[in-house]
Design a protein around this ligand. Structure first.
Ligand SMILES: [Zn+2]
Length: 142
């Protein structure tokens, strides 16, 4: 099943190849200070494959805070945050924002809240390596 997503203006888009059809998509409303402010709800699946296309990289703002191990890709034209990446041991992992999905049925999405406060850095990176999308390609330009 291919799930497509994009920011509001279309500058950042992606195709997520999710194994199951119909997929059951766990969605986590993260309680970190940044996600609370912009309302990001994230999903990932270690077996999924993600292909991201960016039309104009000059219109993508990369934001990191705290441990600075995760990078939020913010479209600076429309303000949407379609994905977060984390580079761990030279490997790129990602989660995507279910609010930017274009073709997903809402009934596939299992929403829950999540709190990663108190997790130390080592545990955090290990969790990402286990749970985040581990096959991520980002291409830019057309
Ligand atoms: Zn945009």
């Amino acid at each position: 099943m291919f799930i497509t997503g994009k920011c509001h203006c279309g500058n950042i888009s992606f195709e997520l190849d999710w194994e199951a059809d119909p997929p059951e998509i766990p969605a986590r409303a993260c309680d970190c200070s940044f996600c609370v402010k912009h309302g990001g709800v994230w999903t990932s699946n270690p077996k999924a494959r993600l292909a991201v296309a960016i039309r104009d990289v000059s219109l993508v703002s990369k934001y990191a805070f705290g441990s600075r191990t995760a990078t939020f890709h913010v479209c600076s034209r429309c303000g949407t945050v379609p994905l977060v990446t984390s580079e761990i041991e030279d490997h790129l992992y990602a989660v995507v924002n279910v609010n930017v999905f274009e073709n997903a049925d809402q009934s596939w999405i299992r929403r829950a809240s999540a709190s990663f406060e108190g997790e130390d850095l080592e545990a955090r990176l290990a969790r990402r390596q286990r749970n985040w999308i581990g096959d991520v390609r980002i291409r830019s330009g057309q």
